[in-house]
Design a protein around this ligand. Sequence first.
Ligand code: NAD
Ligand code: GDD
Length: 331
Amino acid sequence: MPYVDAVVTGAGGFIGGHLTRALLAEGKSVRAVDRKPLTEWYQQHAGAQNLVRDVSVLDACEETVHGGVGEVYHLAADMGGMGFIENNKAACMLSVLSSTHMLMASRDAGVGRYFYASSACVYAADKQTEAAVLPLREEDAYPAMPEDGYGWEKLFSERMARHFREDYGLATRTARYHNIYGPHGTWDGGREKAPAAACRKVAIAALTGGDAIEIWGDGEQVRSFTYIDDCVAGTLRLTRSGAVEPLNIGSDQSVTINELYAAVEQIAGVRLGRRHVPGALGVRGRNSDNTRVVKELEWAPSTSLLQGLEPTYRWIHAQVKAALDGTGPRR
Ligand code: NAD
Ligand code: GDD
């Protein structure tokens, strides 16, 4: 295969689809790779070379980076929101195969830069037990006690990327994403995260005359939510920077889950009753400390929750409407 400027794994998913578009807009040649059939890709960009490959297999990784690659963005992973990762720990940990094989193939092919998509789920549980949480600094990942399953895989793969840099000279960069949301993401089916779930529930109520929605837990859990445009901008900036240690890419605007639902209701122009039900809760409080990312990249996410939820709600409302009308795919 010919040289390409960038490879994106997981390109059929949420962040990968947006990142591929941004790279193409820069005029880069892009090889977009995902194991899903092309018909299931969230976005498919005609300007990219779109390949269906399973990058848990070493041969497929070697093919993916064959011919020379400037930048590899390794986003492929079996993941989802709390409802998925709490109940699919083995599947989440199996992503270690793609993380490891992509590193090996990238080292052997001499790729220029290697980006790894890690997660705020690497942070130690004992630093996230209160809703009034102190924002998480990069050093708070240690002593290690990450999210069971998914978080351990991410922390291990971060360290693997670091050792490939130290031992083999592969120029790795790692981001710890904090709950990314936006249009063209997963909005139902069990892998969706809280922002998409809130948009879907409010849209269904708005379209069907419902008067109440369900929220997992008491809704006083705290998170920060990062808009996709900020995620993509931070990813490109970090990959091309000299920042070799993992950096948070996350909003530092923390809200309770009840406030998240209220923000979606405000955008939709409805007020709904709430039923608090049991669900996968995860940590009690999580927020991003952006001191280091500002220092290293002279950048931090800047989209407010309301600004980001507007287009997200509009897009999910359209998907829900199409599904209810029987004119669009549900996913
Ligand atoms: P996503 O589920 O929308 O996309 C991931 C894609 O990877 C899917 O299309 C899936 O088919 C593909 N994939 C999985 N295993 C594969 C394999 N073996 N070979 C080829 N393709 C494979 O997820 P996303 O939200 O776009 O997340 C992208 C990355 O960012 C993941 O590594 C994820 O763990 C990380 N991350 C995301 C968030 C978030 O809030 N979205 C937060 C922290 C970290
Ligand atoms: N998913 C979801 N769906 N969460 C809900 C819902 C709902 O309908 N209602 C309330 N919640 C609550 C969850 O119980 C949890 O306390 C909080 O909203 C946030 O849930 P998620 O958005 O699913 O996940 P998270 O923030 O705990 O973790 C996510 O972000 C990490 C990075 O910050 C996950 O997607 C991880 O995979 C990701 O790495």
